[in-house]
Ligand binder design. Sequence first.
Ligand SMILES: Nc1ncnc2c1ncn2[C@@H]1O[C@H](COP(=O)(O)OP(=O)(O)OP(=O)(O)O)[C@@H](O)[C@H]1O
Length: 569
Amino acid sequence: MKSEKFDFELLKRMLKYLVPFKKRLWLIIVCFALSTVVGFFQPLTIRSITDDGMAQKNLKVIIYSVLILLGLVLVNQLLEVLQAKLFIDIHNESEFLLSHQAFNKLLHLKTEYFNDKNNSEIINSLQMDVSNVSAITDRFMAVNISYIFRVISGVAGLIIISWKLTIIVLAMAPIKYFTVLTLSKRKGKKTEELIENYRDFSAWFDDNIGGVKEIKLWNLYNKRYKTFEKKQKNILKISKESTMLDTWNVFYEIMLEWSVTGLLYILGGILIVNGSLTIGGVFAFLSYSSYVTGPISSILNIRYFFSRIFPSAKRFFSFLDMEEETNFENSIEVKNESQNIQFKNVSFSYEENREVLKNINFVFSKGEKVAIIGANGSGKTTILDLLLRFIEPSSGEICIGDKNINQISIAKYRSLFSVVSQEPYLFHDTVLNNINLDGNAGKEKVEKACRQSGASEFINKLPKKENSKIGKNGARLSGGEKQKIAVARAIVKYSPIVILDEATSGYDVESDSYLHDVILNELKNKSVIMITHRYDNLEGMDKVYRLSEGRLVEMNKLKKSSEKNIDYI
Ligand SMILES: Nc1ncnc2c1ncn2[C@@H]1O[C@H](COP(=O)(O)OP(=O)(O)OP(=O)(O)O)[C@@H](O)[C@H]1O
């Protein structure tokens, strides 16, 4: 948001969220209009009680007018209840709509979005933004809509009684406008600072939870506490400054309203003295003026209100505008028979001037078992991420059959792969639900996958067997056990292409060799790409590629060209 200018584009985009609630909003507006009409008669009834009842000592008029007044108040309050109910529903539904949109977006974003953000940072930012953007449908906005009607009826009432006094009441508007303008600019800046500091704090806090073992082992308590203190104090300082702006806004508002009221008393007194107005007239005027002064302040405060929510709205909408993984429309389905995958002159860099992969050419034929080896950081996982469409080549293309993989529906394309990544994620759920992720596999299939992955042995020793909860990301399991669950999960999916990215690095020697036999014999119809640092795992592979200096070279060819004693891994 440009702090100097009111961002109408942003406002327009926020207002679009009101479209689904059009009918109910009209109903609310009708309620406001009705309650304004009802409210219009209240001061006149009070005038009648004072001038025709009390001044004339006419009890009948007093009782009659009081009953009318109570009737008016009752109708007004019932209208209020109806409006409140409608507004609560609209507010809740719009908040749900925004959260749903945010969650859906999050799942479809490119994976690079998650590279430099941690979970708390994302959750806190989205929660804050959704709550701020949905404030457009909260009561403050409702009340302000009603105030527009009030001001109109109030000004009408004022003019009927005294147009001279009306000018004084209306003169407050420009003064209020300038104070709101000044304070809104400052509020906008403070809010931007605050949400940035909250984001930073959440990210830092999450990092501490993730690294709690390191903090204990390195005795980092004091160091971390000092940073905590610094960050928290900064947030509290900005928060205080921001709240103080609210307080000053109210201060100026009240001072202005009372100055106008004071002036009205003096001028009203003068008008009574020279006989131009009755006492009842002055009180009715004061009632009408409260219909005008307060609401004018509130309407002008809308600008202040938006300065608080615009920074969040801006962040939220730029999140919604982020590029998603793929366009699901106009996608071609992949044919089962054409599963030869070809890398054609594929290069890739994460950062400018640092090419990780250079002009990679390779064909991965259906049913082949291929191993990719190479030093740490040589780009093996990057090749798999390209293959799985988590990232896209900087140049060149990857084809399946004769189609560029980007042309194919991403869901259909990914259904071709069973993947065990280097660091598989396990959900905070039971063993069974982690293996049978989509719940589609039968009991027998799951049991077989557990046997093949080598997971059955430890699962049978768990207190509730496959129904045991495994903790956050499998915290209650050993590294090797986690990997066995991930391998079982991949086998259950039973896709035509199996990808194993250092899938067995935590396996003991016996389990590893058992799984290797399963891969070669039981998965013999499947295509397998294996990334490994273990020499033994290369046995039985149809091809072995080595990745070095960003280039992929087939090892068999190297051997043929009489390069002996190659240090494979
Ligand atoms: N998101 C990223 N942003 C920037 N650089 C990255 C990113 N991910 C990986 N890299 C860099 O790209 C290079 C290749 O990483 P990659 O994970 O593909 O290597 P690898 O061969 O799988 O390594 P390892 O054997 O250690 O698993 C490394 O130098 C790494 O630092």
